[in-house]
Design a protein around this ligand. Sequence first.
Ligand code: NAP
Ligand code: MG
Length: 486
Amino acid sequence: MTTHFINNQRVPGSSGDTIPVLDPSDGQVFAHLARGNAEDIRKAVAAARKAADGGAWSQLAPVERGRLLHKLSDAILAHHDELWRLEMRDCGKPVKQAKLDATAVARYFEYYAGACDKLHGDTIPYTPGFAVMTFYEPHGVTGHIIPWNYPMQIFGRSVGGALAAGNACVVKPAEDACLSLLRIAELAAECGFPDGALNIVTGYGHEAGQALADAEGIDHISFTGSARVGTIIAQSAAKRHVPVTLELGGKSPQIVFADANLDEAIPVIINAIIQNAGQTCSAGSRLLIEASAYERVLAAVGQRIKALKVGPALTDCDVGPLIRANQLQRVNEFLASVRPERSEGSDARNASIVAQGSIVPEAPATGFYAKPTLIADVAADASLAQDEVFGPVLAAMSFKDEADAIRLANSTAYGLVAGVWTENGGRAMRMARAVKGGQVFINNYGAGGGVELPFGGVKSSGYGREKGFEALYGFSVMKTVVIKHG
Ligand code: NAP
Ligand code: MG
C-alpha cells in the first residue's frame, strides 16, 4: 500500500482506510492508496507552513532553489523508465504518451529551475525624497489539486512554478493517478529538498481535496479539473479570501477554411482529439469546416479515423483505454445519442457517425476502451457541441464564412484553445484576435504543449495562467516598499 508523503517521509493515512488503484487497460486492481482526510491535510499543511515560515526552504537563495529544481529534473530523467511505466499502468497511457509525459515533467522543472533567480521587482519614480521598490514574494503555502489525465505534466507545470516562486506545496492528486507523483516527491527528498517543501496527500476529492480547499494555512490554490468542481473550490477559497487559479475544461474548436493545407492539417486535427484518448482539457473536440470544403474534409478525416487502433497501454496503439468505467459509460452515452450511420441528404439537425476506429482483439473485455469517432452535422446547440465528452469523439459542423466561424467558435461556455487552418494571413490574424480563449494556434495545434507558453482559459475554462514565466506572477504576491529618504 502506498502512503502520503509529508515532511520528506512516507506517512501512513491517519484513518487506515485505503482506495484501490485500477489499471485501465484491464480494469484490475494492482495497488492501494491511503485514503487521506482532513487530519492528513492538516499534517501536510503544518509541515509546509514550517518550511515556508522561516524554515530551511524559505531561507534558500533563489539560485539554490533553482539548483534543487534542476537536480530534480535530472533525477526524473534518470528515473524516466520507472516513471513512464508507473504512469502507463496507473492511467492507461500508451507507451509513447507515457514517455512523453515523463520527459515533460522533467522539462517543467528544468524550465522553472532557470527562472528562480530571474523573478525580480522594479523601482518606481515617485515624489522627490522617496524611493519606491517592488518585490515578488511567495504566497507562502500553495495547495495544488491535480486531475488524472496528465498527472505528471500538470504537477510539473503547477508545482514547478509554485516552488520556483518560493512557495512550499501541498498536493492532492486525483485518486485515479497518484503513483508517479508520490515517486517524484521521494526523488525530491533524495535531491535535498528541505523538509516540508513538497508534500503529497492522496485521497478522494470530496474528502482530502475539499479539506485542502478549506484548510487554514493555505495561501493560494491552484486547481486543475472540471468546471463543476472549480466552482466549489473557488467558493471554499473565497470564504478565507484565498486567491485561486482555475484551469478548467474546454470544447476547443479546430477551424478549417477551404484554402487550408489539408495534408498538414489532417494529421494534427486527428492527434488533437485522440491524444490521451481525448481526455485532454485542450482537446480539439469541435471540427468547424467551411461549407465548400465540408464533405472533402469529412471524408479525409474519416478515412484516418477508421484506420486508428485502440488497445492496451503496453501495445502502444494509436489510442489507449479511458481512465475508468464511468468515463467509458459517459462516452458511450454521447455516441448513443447520434445516428449510427450517415445517409445521403443528412441535415444539420441529424448528427450521425461518419467513421470509427477499432479495438484490437487482444484488448481485455474488462478494460475501458472507446473507439475514436467522427460525428458529422452536429448542431451548434447540441450537447455534443457544448459539453466536454472527454473521450476520442470529434464533433463536426460547417460554417458559411469568417463571421459564422467566429460565432460558432465562441458559442460554448468554454474558452481554452483554438486552432485555425488557412493560407490567408490576414484572416488567420483576424481569427486569432476574435476567438475567445487562452491560446490560439494558426496552422498547428498544441494540445497543452509548450512548457514556455502561458496557458489558461477564459469564461468557464477558468482564470489565471500556468506554464511559461507568466505562471510565476500568479504564484507570487507583489509587495511595494516606499522609503522616505528626504
Ligand atoms: P474533477 O472531477 O474536477 O477532479 C479534479 C481534481 O479535483 C481531482 O483531484 C479530484 O479528486 C478533485 N476534487 C473533486 N471534488 C473535489 C472537491 N469537492 N474539493 C476538492 N477537490 C475535489 O476533474 P477530473 O474529472 O479529474 O478531470 C477532468 C477535468 O479536468 C476536465 O473537465 C478537464 O477539462 C479538466 N482539465 C483541465 C485542464 C486545464 O489545464 N485547463 C487540464 C487537465 C484537465 P478525485 O478525482 O480524487 O475525486
Ligand atoms: Mg489508475
